[in-house]
Design a protein around this ligand. Structure first.
Ligand code: IPE
Ligand code: IPE
Ligand code: MG
Length: 247
């Protein structure tokens, strides 16, 4: 059975976040249109979700479309919108069966109403999922998320629901799109680029970063396993002293 074959011999990170990068290069290397890279990228998403369930990861956050990706040609933007639409429809029954709870994070205000309806429907129909929380970051930007959080806190203060001088870090975390997940333990970026590109700016304050040279459409359970294993060897200090040196 796959479950036992894939299981890790150690405690997995609770929350893995992935910047899925390299779809365009994957297609260009093959002389294919970029959309083919994005389509293959969806296959990699499916493999990653299954592997995350097998590994016992509780939260998986995938960066699918950034607030800056609107700068791309309209045809590519349309393809990416269409792929999310297809994913939340075609994969719904399998995600339910796998016990995956889907949430889409980011600003929905500039997405088309039919796409928002499909996303909301998928969230509602998978709300019972217990195996994995899958957060799809779509029209997501870390600064945009903070902008929206600041506005909601400012509105609450203006209405007298909160005291400005009492706002603490937990209030800010609760006002973010990721309020239902702990901070990512591990952040993976594929394709060899080593930057954050406006992903989870607040939440990755103490995440461990792993950069892999693989292009996203080629990402497999083995790549996820390698990243998780590298994470297991990291020494997280959070600004304090490491366990061995302490005392
Ligand atoms: C990642 O692949 C998917 C999105 C950003 C939507 P890219 O489309 O960025 O691929 P490269 O970086 O051009 O290879
Ligand atoms: C980051 O990739 C966004 C997503 C993976 C959705 P980009 O390809 O857009 O990032 P940059 O432009 O190389 O920083
Ligand atoms: Mg890219």
């Amino acid at each position: 059975k796959r479950m036992t074959a894939q299981k890790l011999g150690y405690k997995p990170p609770r929350h893995v976040a992935i910047i899925m990068d390299g779809n365009g290069r994957w297609a260009e290397q093959r002389g294919l249109p970029r959309v083919m890279g994005h389509r293959e990228g969806v296959e990699a998403v499916r493999r990653t979700v299954t592997a995350s369930v097998d590994f016992g990861i509780e939260h998986l956050t995938l960066y699918s479309f950034s607030t800056e990706n609107w700068k791309r040609p309209p045809g590519e933007v349309r393809d990416l919108m269409q792929l999310l639409r297809l994913f939340v429809q075609t994969d719904l029954s399998r995600l339910k069966r796998q016990g995956v709870r889907v949430r889409v994070i980011g600003d929905r205000a500039s997405l088309s109403p039919d796409l928002v309806a499909l996303v909301t429907d998928c969230e509602r129909k998978t709300a019972e999922g217990q195996a994995l929380n899958l957060n799809i970051a779509f029209n997501y930007g870390g600064r945009d998320e903070l902008r929206r959080a600041v506005r909601s806190l400012a509105a609450a203060a203006a209405e007298g629901r909160i005291e400005p001088s009492a706002i603490d870090e937990a209030d800010i975390a609760r006002a973010l799109d990721t309020s239902f997940s702990p901070d990512p333990d591990l952040l993976v970026r594929t394709s060899g680029e080593q930057r954050i590109s406006n992903f989870l700016l607040w939440q990755t304050a103490y995440s461990e970063f792993v950069f892999q040279d693989v292009l996203w459409p080629d990402f497999s359970a083995q790549h996820l396993r390698a990243a998780v294993e590298e994470f297991a060897h990291r020494d997280r200090r959070y600004g304090g002293r490491d366990a061995k040196a302490a005392g």
